[in-house]
Design a protein around this ligand. Sequence first.
Ligand code: THU
Length: 134
Amino acid sequence: MAVDFEGLFAAARAAQARAYAPYSRFKVGAAVLGDDGAIYPGCNVENAAYPVGVCAEAGAISAMIAGGGRAIHAVLVLGDGEELVTPCGACRQRIREFAAPETPVAIAGPGGIRARLSLAELLPASFGPANLRS
Ligand code: THU
């Protein structure tokens, strides 16, 4: 399946604008391309009880599963600032559940895609569903 990075960027940009981040003031948007061909957006949703907040990637993955997608073909994460907004460790594992080692994870800023990594680069020697099969 060809990856529509422009579509992923547009979806993540729109989601970032809707992020609920009153505590960190760091709005993140994400979008995943599902195996059903649909693009699922997500944004970070913080909470007054700080650890309860959820990342943009987690929201996008939940939207994919609820929408009928069962595998991730590509991910795009978008945030502001000079540093690349790469997925946190927990979100790398969340992506891992539904993606292949070579699945692209694009890192974007407001102006466009800044870097493209594979899931295996972000999370080498990872643990996944197959590890539970004996
Ligand atoms: N955040 C994400 O949503 N995704 C990332 O990849 C990095 C961090 C959020 C969590 C928190 O709401 C805010 O950014 C600051 O860490």
